[in-house]
Ligand binder design. Structure first.
Ligand code: NAP
Length: 212
């Protein structure tokens, strides 16, 4: 498969690109900073230069892909405006580009808490509102979506064992390694199409955990 990962130099994205490249896929990562290209190449991925906020359309990057993954984010140091332009706006642009170019498959890195942004504290609310709106847009887009809502991300080594649940509103940690492995598995697991689930570290091997 040819897979375009938006936010290609992110901590999850780099792990995902490496996994996909190791599995023999064409793993393309969309980055806005040319100096990040070498890290993508070192992971076996193809860097694609583009900007989720400043490019009017992402269609030129998405064209030819079999699937897209949204793994970008404005990050904890950003204010509410960039939650709108990256976490929401970037995800919407990616969905529009997928539709325009006939790419059916869209896997979204969302977040726990996106099912109820109003109950979050002020620091998280703008972020979770952006995530909730982005998820709703992708669900309504008609694309073959999967919305993955990880718990608190850690840099602990992955275990290959997770808890994936459609009962939303839970809490817990999950290593970025395991999030990346789950994203990769979603791309080749049709039963995850049309599913929104939360993801935590757990006891179940990934392939089994994704049997919804
Ligand atoms: N932290 C948590 O506990 C938690 C929990 C659940 C879900 N999440 C979600 O998981 C996502 C991925 O996590 P992570 O740790 O991999 O995040 P990360 O390392 O911060 O990666 C986000 C990436 O988005 C890129 N980006 C930002 N603006 C961009 C733009 N305009 N055009 C292109 N790329 C752009 C950044 O690139 P630059 O270097 O160019 O800025 C960065 O590489 C987060 O963004 C968040 O939404 C986080």
């Amino acid at each position: 498969m040819d897979i375009l990962v938006a936010g290609g130099h992110g901590q999850i994205a780099l792990r995902l690109l490496k996994l996909l490249a190791d599995q023999g896929h064409t793993a393309r990562g969309l980055i806005r900073k040319p100096e990040q290209a070498a890290d993508l190449r070192a992971a076996g991925a193809v860097p694609v230069l583009g900007d989720l906020e400043n490019d009017e359309s992402l269609a030129g990057y998405v064209k030819g892909a079999d699937a897209v993954v949204f793994a970008a984010g404005a990050g904890p140091g950003s204010g509410p405006a960039r939650k709108r332009t990256v976490d929401l706006g970037g995800a919407v642009k990616l969905a529009d580009a997928a539709r325009e170019t006939g790419v059916r498959r869209y896997v979204m890195v969302s977040s726990i808490g996106a099912q109820d942004p109003a109950s979050a504290g002020p620091a998280m609310r703008a972020y979770l509102e952006a995530k909730a709106e982005a998820d709703a847009y992708v669900v309504a887009s008609g694309l073959d979506y999967t919305i993955v809502r990880p718990g608190s991300l850690t840099d602990d080594p992955g275990t290959g064992r997770v808890r994936a649940t459609r009962e939303l509103g839970q809490r817990g940690p999950v290593p970025r390694d395991d999030v990346a492995a789950v994203l990769a598995a979603c791309l080749t697991t049709p039963s995850t199409i049309g599913v929104t689930f939360e993801l935590f570290t757990g006891d179940t091997p990934i392939a089994e955990a994704l049997r919804f």
